[in-house]
Design a protein around this ligand. Structure first.
Ligand code: ARG
Length: 448
């Protein structure tokens, strides 16, 4: 490996090189675009404090803009002999502009460079996840409203319990996603702070203008303490992982419900046959593999915080190469969750509901509490009413009144979907994605 940034008068052992680089170059491809943006902000700041001339800045920015386009076209590669994305970008600049390219690293370390790359990447991915959560949310609310009057049994202990409805079921998962957005917003706020200028973790003797790079990159604030900025590596990933895991938890549970409800013994929902998969031996099979895979992938995603935590567990202050390993579990997680969200929205849209389940008398006992309540409302002590209805059920003389009469908030008769929609709106508000995007666009536009 020839082009190492830190190579001096000896060549590194090939086995050591193979092991220390591992899959990191592959992971760095996720970060390439953001590495370029971070460099644009850094050199703009370097020029402002006299470490680059205006002419040098313009030439470097123009070259970085070209590299950014290469990234957008999906054509950015880290050449076989190059250690990482940071080295590749510097190499490309040096190839194009000679010694000028070697000036960009003043006041910077790969430690704060990878930190800022990770934050810019994560910020972007969080927006994408929030967008996909909203699409699924809208599908759920739509289905909830559509089936607001379609009753189904509610279960406790997997035993038929009380009347529920498809409207409640779909709406419950919509509200769960609204709550999940609170975690995502907290994660975003922690992510959206600028670590650049912390260099190797202890700052720089150059008079870096950290506020300037914070503004140029559209971060809310900077990580003020340079030691803390470096401590944020792993901590940010862990906290974002918790936010992804809570969304994944909602999806996994929903998928499991759907698998059960789709089973012939329940027969509550049906998938169009083109959305099922078959068996190589049993000609009749129409399996809900989609839900099973959403369940498995989302269960896997729920282990992400633990994976991140175990990698960074008990690391003392300062940078360690251990942190590199987090990228392998963290960076692909957004795409995996996005895929599940997309597929969940798609399949919820296609799902058909059996609105006649309650024709089957086996579900009649679930109206027992309704009956007890009716008697109690008419003046009979609750316990007496409970015994009376209980005995009727035991003796097979119970007749269920299957009409739902109550309409108070949050009951089957009143799903409060408008309130849930308002909650989602509120929880999606305050991310301030636009500010970040505008800053990135301005930075790109500053390159000629
Ligand atoms: N690949 C490294 C990582 O992800 C980049 C930072 C390297 N810094 C260092 N001091 N070796 O952590």
């Amino acid at each position: 490996m020839a082009n190492k940034l830190w190579e001096k008068d000896f060549e590194v052992n090939k086995e050591i090189e193979r092991f220390t680089v591992g899959r990191d170059r592959e992971m760095d491809l996720y970060l390439a675009k953001y590495d370029v943006l971070g460099s644009m902000a850094h050199i703009t700041m370097l020029e402002s404090i006299g470490l680059l001339t205006n002419d040098e800045l313009e030439k470097l920015l123009a070259e970085l803009r070209k590299i950014y386009t290469v990234c957008e076209e999906g054509k950015f590669v880290i050449e076989p002999d190059v250690e990482d994305v940071h080295s590749q970008v510097e190499l490309m600049l040096t190839r194009a502009l000679g010694d000028m390219g070697k000036k960009i690293h003043s006041g910077r370390s790969r430690n704060d460079q990878v930190l800022v790359d990770l934050k810019l990447f994560t910020r972007h991915e969080i927006r994408d996840i929030a967008d996909h959560v909203k699409i699924l949310f809208d599908e759920l609310i739509q289905k909830s409203n559509q089936y607001k009057d379609a009753l189904m049994p509610g279960y406790t202990h997997m035993q038929i319990a009380m009347p529920s409805s498809f409207g409640l079921w779909f709406g419950a998962y919509a509200e769960s996603l609204a709550d999940d957005m609170l975690f995502l917003q907290a994660a975003y706020k922690m992510t959206n702070r600028n670590p650049l200028g912390s260099a190797a973790g202890y700052g720089s003797s150059f008079p870096l203008n950290r506020q300037m790079t914070t503004d140029l990159l559209g971060f809310d604030t900077m990580d003020y303490n340079v030691v803390y900025a470096q401590m944020g590596r792993g901590k940010m990933e862990r906290n974002v992982a918790f936010a992804l895991a809570t969304i994944a938890g909602t999806l996994a549970k929903m998928a499991y419900d759907a698998c059960l409800m789709n089973c012939q013994n329940f027969g509550f929902i049906r998938l169009p046959k083109e959305c099922t998969t078959g068996s190589s031996i049993m000609p009749h099979k129409k399996n809900p593999d989609v839900f099973e895979l959403i369940r498995a992938k989302c269960n896997k995603l729920q282990s992400l915080p633990q994976q991140v935590m175990l990698i960074m567990n008990n690391l003392p202050t300062g940078y360690f190469r251990d942190l590199q390993e987090i990228k392998e579990v963290f960076l692909p997680a957004f795409g995996e969750l996005r895929d599940c969200l997309q597929m969940a929205a798609y399949i919820i849209n296609k799902m058909e509901v059996n609105e006649d389940i309650l024709d089957n008398p086996m579900y009649d006992p679930m109206f027992s509490v309704e009956e007890v309540n009716k008697l109690a409302a008419a003046g009979m002590p609750f316990r007496d009413a409970y015994k009376k209805v209980g005995l009727e059920i035991e003796r097979g003389t119970f007749h269920a009144d299957k009409a739902i009469h109550h309409t108070h908030e949050g009951s089957i008769g009143n799903l409060c979907n408008d309130r849930i929609v308002a909650l989602m709106e509120q929880n999606l508000h305050g991310f301030n994605f636009e500010r970040a995007e505008e800053a990135e666009q301005n930075l790109l536009d500053s390159c000629r």
